[in-house]
Design a protein around this ligand. Structure first.
Ligand code: ADP
Ligand code: MG
Length: 236
C-alpha cells in the first residue's frame, strides 16, 4: 500500500507530565488507502484522539513518521502544516465546535474566509453545502436554535467547505441519541462516497465501526489488530 493516503511508521507521541513521561502513542504502523472509511476504536485513553490529531496536523509526533498525501507532517514547515489543515482536511468533533454567535451559514463560511475564498463564492458554496446536509431551511439559525443532529450536520457542511480530500471525525455521534446518530452517520457515509473522500473516524460504538472498511483496534498507544472488512475482490 505504498500509494496509501495515510502512512505511519513507528509513530510515537509522548507527553511530559511533571517528571513523568506519558506515552500516548508508541510505535504505530498503519496505512489507510484513499477513498476508505477507517475506524479507530479502543478503550478511553488508548490514543485514538492523539492519532487523529497527528493525522490532521493539529499536533506533531515525538518520534517516527506520519505521511499524508506524500507530506511528512513531522518535518513539514509550519506553513505547510497550516495548508494541510486548511486545504486537505475537514474536522468533525463530538461537541460540534460551532461558533455560537454565528448563523449556520456563517459557520460554514468561516473556513473559506481563512482560505480567502471570495464572498460570493463563499455564500454560494455554504448555501449549497447546507442544502446537501438537509438544512436549506435553517441557514439563518444560530447553533442554540438547532437540535444536536442539526448542529452536527452544520459541522459536517463546515468540514467540507474547503473541499478537503480527508475527513477526520472524533466520536461524531457521541453526543447524539442513537436514531439521530445513525442518520448523521448515513449522511456522512453518503457524502464521503459521493465525493470520493477518505474518512477516519474515532468511535466507541461497535455498530458505527461496523460500517467502516477497516477497523484499527488501539490499546495502550499501539495498534493491537486490524480488521479489513472490504470484501476480497472477485478473481478475474
Ligand atoms: P483516547 O482518545 O483514546 O481516549 P487520547 O489520545 O486522548 O485517548 O489520550 C491517550 C493518552 O495520552 C491518555 O493516557 C491521555 O491521558 C494522554 N494524554 C492525551 N493528551 C495529553 C496531554 N495534552 N498531556 C498529557 N497527557 C495527555
Ligand atoms: Mg478521545
Amino acid at each position: 500500500m505504498d500509494d496509501a493516503l495515510i502512512i505511519s511508521r513507528g509513530l510515537a507521541r509522548r507527553y511530559n507530565v511533571g517528571k513523568t513521561v506519558v506515552a500516548a502513542l508508541s510505535g504505530i504502523d498503519l496505512a489507510i488507502p484513499r477513498g476508505e472509511f477507517a475506524a479507530l476504536v479502543g478503550p478511553s485513553g488508548s490514543g485514538k484522539s492523539t492519532l487523529l490529531n497527528l493525522i490532521g496536523g493539529l499536533d506533531r509526533p515525538s518520534g517516527g513518521e506520519i505521511c499524508v498525501d506524500g507530506l511528512s507532517l513531522g518535518s513539514a514547515t509550519e506553513p505547510q502544516l497550516v495548508r494541510h489543515r486548511r486545504a486537505r482536511v475537514g474536522f468533525i468533533f463530538q461537541s460540534f465546535n460551532l461558533l455560537p454567535t454565528l448563523t449556520a451559514l456563517e459557520n460554514v463560511e468561516s473556513p473559506m474566509v481563512l482560505a480567502e475564498v471570495s464572498r460570493s463564492e463563499r455564500l454560494a458554496r455554504a448555501a449549497g453545502l447546507l442544502e446537501s446536509v438537509g438544512l436549506a431551511q435553517r441557514i439563518s439559525h444560530k447553533p442554540n436554535e438547532l437540535s444536536g443532529g442539526e448542529k452536527q450536520r452544520v459541522a459536517i457542511a463546515r468540514a467540507l467547505a474547503n473541499r478537503p480530500s480527508l475527513l477526520l471525525a472524533d466520536e461524531p455521534t457521541g453526543n447524539l441519541d442513537s436514531k439521530t446518530g445513525s442518520a448523521v452517520l448515513d449522511l456522512l457515509c453518503n457524502l464521503v462516497r459521493q465525493n470520493g473522500l477518505t474518512l477516519v473516524m474515532v468511535t466507541h460504538d461497535p455498530e458505527v465501526a461496523s460500517r467502516a472498511d477497516r477497523i484499527f483496534h488501539l490499546r495502550d498507544g499501539s495498534v493491537q489488530h486490524v480488521d479489513n472488512r472490504r470484501k476480497p475482490e472477485a478473481p478475474a
